[in-house]
Design a protein around this ligand. Structure first.
Ligand SMILES: NC(=O)C1=CN([C@@H]2O[C@H](COP(=O)(O)OP(=O)(O)OC[C@H]3O[C@@H](n4cnc5c(N)ncnc54)[C@H](OP(=O)(O)O)[C@@H]3O)[C@@H](O)[C@H]2O)C=CC1
Ligand SMILES: CCCCC/C=C\CC(=O)/C=C/C=C/C=C/[C@@H](O)CCCC(=O)O
Length: 356
């Protein structure tokens, strides 16, 4: 048996040697996990991932046995795997998990938590870094929302828009990948904040969805004759804030339509994650200097010291019906690779979730 920490948390999940059978086990739990078999090259392939099975040992004092109920697949897993994982590592990720057994007095069996357990059906934790669902979570609200609108993507929208962009009422906000987990929350918080919102997305159904949740303007970037014209038509005066989830060509065009003193939040660059050779873009100094723009990258985890406040606000808006959510649920742990790859083909509307 190997013990230690792994890339999923820098925290405290027990690493299990494959097919190990500890002699003292009375009640064996078989855990499934997805490992990175081969580093992704371009668009991830199912064959880059390997389903492995391990037997978990009995709990020691202070430990908990958790069972994943909902798992998150997120675009960041693609660049993260490249930068921080080696072949054979279990894929990084977060889940809503149920505590099956507890030898930790701080946790009761049956409780649901958000954990950074990686792509695993079952795992052992010492309880550090497990997050309870925010208090006041309604029974009628699916717990999977703790991985989306009232979870990491919601926090990304909240802090990016309110703290980096610092939106003001009456301003115009542009967001791309707008019908996804982050983008759909960005647009709705901007509306709550009294802004005009323009969203770009990759299908007509998604455009219709954006209109249904309050976006003022939305267009399908895959079918417009000219991105420049579509942006101009949606807001002839330009944009005060640009929440950039996509990067690449879209950003190169959009930066020229910023208003004076505009702010650009560089949240992600999903159009670039599968590039095999670095691409060349346009030079950005002219619009930045002449329009005196501010462009700032951020990682949501840097704001987790304020996550309690933000989760409370997000949950309140959801309960009040001011913040709508949609989930794209894939059934079955064995389908995790397919759900993950689907992110890069635009298959999801709202948050992509895998239900075990
Ligand atoms: N900085 C941070 O801390 C965080 C950053 N992020 C970033 O936010 C972005 C959105 O993440 P998230 O909301 O979870 O994901 P989404 O739910 O938006 O899913 C990804 C979406 O990206 C779009 N997309 C995929 N490939 C391309 C492409 N080549 N060009 C344009 N659009 C594409 C697709 O939508 P469509 O049909 O519209 O093309 C797809 O549905 C990502 O860049 C992610 O890395 C997320 C969380 C935290
Ligand atoms: C940490 C991601 C590094 C890659 C950066 C690429 C794109 C930006 C982006 O999408 C960032 C996402 C950040 C997500 C953070 C998630 C955390 O809640 C949990 C991450 C899992 C872990 O570290 O244990």
């Amino acid at each position: 048996m190997l013990s230690g920490t792994d890339k999923n948390n820098g925290q405290n999940i027990e690493m299990i040697q494959r097919h190990s059978f500890p002699p003292s086990c009375s009640k064996m739990v078989t855990a499934k996990a997805w490992a990175l078999k081969k580093h992704f090259d371009g668009l991830p392939k199912a064959s880059d991932l390997e389903l492995i099975t391990t037997e978990l040992p009995n709990l020691k004092d202070g430990q908990l046995l958790l069972e994943s109920v909902f798992l998150s697949v997120d675009p960041y897993m693609r660049p993260y795997s490249q930068r921080d994982m080696k072949e054979g590592d279990i894929m990084v990720g977060t889940q809503v998990a149920r505590i099956v057994e507890s030898k930790n007095p701080a946790f009761t069996a049956g409780t649901f938590v958000v954990a950074r357990g990686g792509w695993r059906t079952h795992f052992i934790s010492d309880g550090k870094d497990l997050l309870l669902l925010p208090s006041g979570w309604p029974e009628s609200l699916p717990k999977s929302v703790a991985l989306g609108t009232v979870g990491m993507p919601g926090l990304t929208a909240y802090f990016g828009l309110l703290e980096i962009c610092k939106i003001k009422p009456g301003e115009t906000v542009l967001v791309n990948a707008a019908a996804g987990a982050v983008g759909s929350v960005v647009g709705q918080i901007a509306k709550i904040g009294g802004c005009k919102v323009v969203g770009s997305t990759g299908s007509d159904d998604k455009v219709a969805y954006l209109k249904s949740i309050g976006f003022d303007e939305a267009f399908n970037y895959k079918t417009v004759a000219s991105l420049d014209e579509a942006l101009r038509k949606a807001s002839p005066d330009g944009y005060d804030c640009f929440f950039d989830n996509v990067g690449g060509e879209f950003s190169s065009v959009a930066i020229h339509q910023m208003k004076m003193f505009g702010r650009i939040v560089v949240c992600g660059a999903v159009s670039q994650y599968n590039n095999t050779v670095p691409q060349k873009g346009t030079f950005v100094q002219f619009p930045i200097v002449f329009k005196q723009l501010r462009m700032e990258g951020f990682i949501v985890t840097n704001w987790y010291n304020r996550q309690e406040e933000a989760l409370k606000a997000l949950l309140k808006w959801v309960v009040e019906g001011k913040l709508k959510f949609h989930e794209h649920i894939t059934e079955g742990f064995e389908n995790m690779p397919m759900a993950f790859i689907g992110l890069f083909k635009g298959e999801n509307l709202g948050k992509a979730i895998v239900k075990v």
